[in-house]
Design a protein around this ligand. Sequence first.
Ligand code: AMP
Ligand code: MG
Length: 406
Amino acid sequence: MMLTLEEALERMMDKIHPLGTEEVSINEADGRVISKALQAGISLPRWDNSSMDGYALQATDVAGTSSSNPVKLKCLGEIPAGSTSNVKVTSGNCLRIFTGSPMPEGADAVVMQEDTSKDPENPGDILVKDAVRPFENVRFRGEDIKEGNPICEPGTRLSPFHVALAAATGTDRCQVHRRPKVGILATGSELCEPGKPLTDGGIYESNRVLIQSLVKRAGCDPVVYPIVKDTLEATCEALSKAAEACDAIVTSGGVSVGDYDFIKPAIESLGGVIDFWRIRIKPGKPLVFGDIQSKPLFGLPGNPVSATVTFTILVHPALIRLGGEKAFTNSITRGVLSETLENPGDRRLYVRMQQDAEGKLSKSGTNQASHALKSLAASDGLVAVPEASKLEAGEEVSLVLWPRLP
Ligand code: AMP
Ligand code: MG
């Protein structure tokens, strides 16, 4: 039986469980998925403080002030960054203050430096040339985040900004999910290493570099294995090695019905489970999902485009979940079709598309066959055309974007 994409995804997600955890320094936390909620260690700002370089004062002292009618205040001292002051500001006095410095007791506002000048007759005095409202240019303790409040929930992939927020509240270490190690195997007796001479009947192997990059974009660490010949023995040996060392395995090739397709027989002979094989999508029908030694295995078809499509819509979300991230959907953008896309077949068709500066979508190449790499290279993502249907030129549709590095 052939599963729909949705059925296949649901079955896969049910079987994928987030990996265990480790502690990392906040310096290495960007892009990691936290397993324990991050909370603010202190309130931010730590105290009421100034948002300007200027003078802390009492707003009532300078009410009605203007440049033609300045108010003179006595400056009692200064509060540079990194210091506090015990001096209390009373009526008629002020303290020189700098951005971020704590507000001194007694002051309720800051006049910016640009609205003041030193009194030429007495440089210890300040002439204030503009009025300020109470609390003007004052940032309040805890107005950004309060001590103990959540920074982000478990299952969140940390951005540079989460990391900065956590560091600003004093966090130096955090609990994260282990980054999945994903073994990458390419099967095919025709495959030759780029840089080496081609054998008779040989082609260059290109899926491992492709999958390696896609694996990184799913937040995982790739482990690349040597090319595997099309024999049951070689396939079993390679798969069991990868299952031993990695958290998941992605293979390419060897999943069709040919006499030299050994992925499924190898899973079975290693005592693994084949959960499903074949999905109602084009390209990518013969995807295999199973496990060996309880490590999930994704058997991608060998044609590079089939491998890319199945990886993006099925394996990418599964690896993201393995890495502990909670909510995930492929990134999507909307665009208007500049040409009609037809799918007379009985499987959902994924068409490689490019989007122009105005957002219009067109095929990224006329050759949309599953081996055609050039139209893949020119594409920004995929448009799905349901089975036995047509998307008309001028229609607005969703473009599933190729994943980026997290
Ligand atoms: P398969 O799924 O093994 O039947 O392979 C389908 C097609 O993809 C064949 O033409 C293979 O030669 C080609 N192919 C398989 N694996 C790779 C690979 N790693 N790099 C480039 N082409 C491949
Ligand atoms: Mg093959």
